[in-house]
Ligand binder design. Sequence first.
Ligand code: ADA
Length: 706
Amino acid sequence: MLPHTWNAVDGQDGGNDYYRGTCMYVKKFRKPKMEADSHAVLEFCGAAMVAKVYINGKEVKMHAGGYSIFRTDITEELSEENILCVSVDNSYHNTIYPQMADFTFYGGIYREVNLIVLSADHFELIKDGTPGIKVTPVVTFTETGNQTEVTCEAWVNGSGSVRFLVDETEHEKIVPVKDGYAVCSFILMDAHLWDGIHDPYLYTLRAELLTDARKPADSLSMRFGCRKFELDPQEGFLLNGRKYPLRGVSRHQDREGAGNALTMEMHCEDMALIREMGANSIRLAHYQHAQEFYDLCDEEGMIVWAEIPFISAFMKNGKENTLSQMRELITQCCHHPSIYCWGLSNEITAANAVTEELIENHRELEELCHKMDPTRPTAMAHISTLDMDSQLIRIADLGAYNLYFGWYKGKLTDNEAFLDEYHRRYPYRCIGFSEYGADANIQFQNAEPEAGDYSEGYQSIFHEHAVKIIMERPWLFGTYVWNMFDFAADGRDEGGTHGLNQKGLVTFDRKIKKDAFYLYKAYWSREPFVHLCGSRYADRPEEITEIKVYSNQPVVTLYVDGIETETKKADRVFKFQVSISGEHKIQAKSGNLSDEIKIRKVSEKNPSYVLKKETVMDWFERLGINPNYYSVNDTINNILENSKAAAVLDQMLGEGAPEGNALPISENAGLRKMIGRMTVADVLRRGGSAAGSLEKINEALQKIVK
Ligand code: ADA
């Protein structure tokens, strides 16, 4: 049954051991009803990563890239009864992206497959998965309104002419097909603008292929929106001439139990949650998402950063694949009014240095984007370790940094210090904050949250800081919480769970909104609400506990056991100190809005609220580990603080590293983010290493005093 992935379970349970290989999908089908000269085209909306399509034993198509649409004409191969075989392979390839990244590379035919029957003359659908037509509106503001030029293009196999209609009858033109191509443009005076989340108005273009026959030989339609995006280093983002800072979230497409094989309901649920929070922009990371989701962004007025999976580790043989994935992304998505930029790469220097080849790859991508789409800028998301002066940064039109100060390392205020420094040095360049966030497992609760405890409370503190510094910096053209949803990264094993990146504001199953979700809602949404934080922090050992409320109302009153206790005026974050003894009902009210939680005073910390650190494997326990010396029970981060111990790690973990992962771990920021908080023992066990290497490395570490 499609859509399907074979990694819905093993890609989400940790261990970095999910099946990466080839599977074969087989289906028998009868030849569809078709005229003698008509065509049958097979459409795949997503097969990860490499697909080979066979009809009746003959290979008809090979496609490399797990996230884009591809089609193939199978007319010639069809018999009355047919066997379709598709081999899909998500194993390691040093030519296809992604290969190293912090998410699971699910394998399978995980989006729809369709069989399309076309007349002899038809719109082109094969090249780079083109939709056959293209529409490009360019808005120019006049003194009284706007004048919008809408260019309509069509690619045709066959001859005749194309009738283009905007919204059925109002604007109509018929143009002859010349060399398989037809183009025309319309001028819309005072077009109804597509205006972000406030008024995402969409027009529809219809194209009909006219031949001698009475009815059109083929017809297609496509929605479009008329809007003007501008980016300015000082003003930030402008929509239709007015300042419109992009404040949003990143989204990975997968979810618990389903992997990347999604239903329309799931896409809609994701969008509804993002809308509820009040975001106006989404970074669709780190690859091309389903057309259904870009459509939802168009409909809901979300402004979108679209990108290809050129990520983490540069592969010298991967250039062709970056170019083909970008060609497909732009060809298949450029009509979406929601998209404002094409993302060339993400943290591409996480595992390697900036080399000439890397620069050249980016230059070619940049050129391709501008050639294919002169209307949109390109963007790159950099890792914090990339030098602000690097020539790599100058390649894309928009620069942006993924910063995690206050989570992986450093302190919260390092984030704004970094961004301010960049803005000071390069006031003429646009800068965005492409990722920031902290992991939170809703199980972990305490009164004094701190970085690294994976508590829901620390995630809230992290974002309270982040949202504030973002508000104060309107020149940041776009900012993106990493991530809207928890997502699978099978290589992770941390934070009290396996295989999960828990930086989501909403859990992997979309069922629980973490407290930080409501913080953003308080800043961004106009829907009045009050939210009491800490509903999952029920057992509290402290005598005086902090009760925190997030709200977009100016005044909040607190009730303890039904008794009015305190009224506070504050800006979105309201903090109350409450003495507790026994069980309490806490209520927060503002006008007729209210929320309620139950807490109780306990004598000791509830142990299930605290992340348990895994320690030694039993045979080491028996051998005895000297705690004054480094051992495999130390975390990678701790070990890297000591140069001698770091050298041991670099040498031992470096053996057998895959291609691209060229830097030793001490310099490999990407890898360090993934495994820095894990112990060496955990990393080796999870990687399936033999016990021998664990012993060998432990022996070497035990010689280095702490
Ligand atoms: C990087 C990367 C993301 C993400 C993040 C994290 O910034 O771009 O894919 O996983 O790290 O959570 O560490």
